[in-house]
Write a protein that binds this ligand. Structure first.
Ligand SMILES: *Cc1c(COP(=O)(O)O)cnc(C)c1O
Length: 390
């Protein structure tokens, strides 16, 4: 049996995989077991922000693995403190809790908002407002936070205490604040899985003001938008707001699982000993890799992310069959006049990996992809769109 058949036999069928078996990679190039090369505009869904097997990251991770791979959170370890300190310096927030994934980072944020509100306002202040079309994870609680019915069906009852506003409809947020005893408001500044839609700047600002005035914890889910992806260190930094909690994962670890919940002034000391925990959270190998990544997300890198973004947008917007390009930095959604799935498959045949989000083609290339490869990949995408159009 080949790998496709064995996968089908032994692995739960939760993924619609493309018929590509990736064996190794270097930078923005993925290589399958037959030696075929693909320019990778997916970064493992925004994870490998410095591409495959980046040397600095590989060194950091392998050195740490040879020294101390894990100990319990009952003891101190240096890499996780170093990482927390870096994240605090980059954000001006105060403290960090480490976990292993985006969903876990969000769970921690939700627990914290609830504890803050219940301590301060009373037991019945537990409701969290999120937005329709959002995505916050797949645990029963983060599914409840996810404002999309398609993800809910078959899994009810979900965790109670979630209500949904409408993106860019500030009245819907005001109504929800009136009608519910809110503990928190959680938003993605660019809805990633929902179709790479950036929220309006005025909406984000008003939501932040409302949260602040009503002492409601503002949580920004930066799992996908975080760690340089949008051209700023965190996506919210494009919007002139200060969240009470920022959650992140995906790109933070550069390829190993790590989640972080970063607390501001109000929330830094809400969780006390035994309120929360994680066996693997802050694991030294993952944290060492993350330190090597975060240190390199500097002004130069962010500037080049913006330049690459402008290049992609200008190339695609003059391409026949492209209706619009949404998103920021190297998190872009391409709306095309033809079938998205067909374009993705054409791209694979031509040696380019791209993602989809709702009806768009989603591009999340490594932040340090070199300009030649970027150019080559965009040329393939344009060609694929032309071939599917006719
Ligand atoms: C991917 C994603 C999550 C879930 O992250 P996992 O690591 O898969 O749990 C949550 N929120 C957003 C915005 C995401 O893009």
């Amino acid at each position: 049996m080949n790998i496709f058949q064995e996968d089908k036999q032994y692995i739960a069928g939760t993924y619609n995989r493309f018929p590509v078996d990736i064996e190794k990679g270097k930078g923005a190039i993925a290589i399958d077991s037959n030696g075929n090369k693909y320019i990778d505009f997916t970064s493992g869904i925004g994870v490998n922000i410095f591409g495959y097997c980046d040397e600095v990251w590989t060194n950091a991770v392998s050195c740490q693995a040879g020294m101390l791979q894990h100990t319990s959170n009952l003891y101190y370890t240096k890499p996780c403190v170093e990482l927390a300190k870096l994240l605090v310096q980059k954000t001006n927030l105060k403290k960090v809790f480490f976990s292993n994934s985006g969903a876990e980072a969000n769970e921690c944020a939700i627990k914290t908002a609830r504890k803050y509100a219940q301590d301060k306002k009373g037991k019945d202040y537990y409701t969290i407002l999120t937005l329709k079309n959002s995505f916050h994870g797949r645990t029963i609680t983060t599914l409840a936070a996810t404002g999309q019915d398609v993800f809910h069906k078959n899994f009810t009852p979900l965790t109670e205490g979630f209500v949904y506003g409408e993106a860019n409809n500030i009245q819907s947020v005001k109504d929800a604040v009136q009608q519910n005893k809110l503990a928190g408001i959680m938003i993605e500044v660019i809805q990633g899985e929902g179709g790479v839609n950036a929220l309006d700047a005025s909406f984000v600002k008003e939501v932040a003001d409302i949260a602040n005035k009503n002492d409601i914890i503002l949580i920004v889910d930066e799992v996908q938008t975080g760690n340089g992806r949008t051209g700023k260190f965190y996506g919210y930094m494009n919007f002139d707001i200060m969240p009470d909690i920022v959650t992140t994962a995906k790109g933070l670890g550069g390829g190993l699982p790590i989640g972080a919940t970063i607390f501001g002034e109000k929330t830094a000391d809400v969780l006390k000993a035994s309120d929360h925990g994680s066996t693997f959270g802050g694991n030294p190998v993952c944290a060492s890799g993350a330190v090597s990544i975060v240190k390199r997300i500097d002004e130069n890198l962010l500037k080049s992310v913006c330049e690459k973004s402008e290049y992609i947008k200008s190339e695609l917007l003059k391409t026949k069959g492209v209706k619009s390009v949404s998103g920021m930095g190297l998190m872009l959604g391409v709306e095309v006049e033809c079938d998205t799935k067909e374009v993705v498959n054409k791209c694979i045949q031509k040696g380019l990996l791209v993602l989809t989000a709702k009806s768009k083609i989603r591009l999340l290339p490594p932040l340090n992809i070199d300009n030649e490869l970027l150019k080559e990949g965009i040329a393939i995408l344009k060609q694929a769109i032309q071939e599917v159009l006719v």
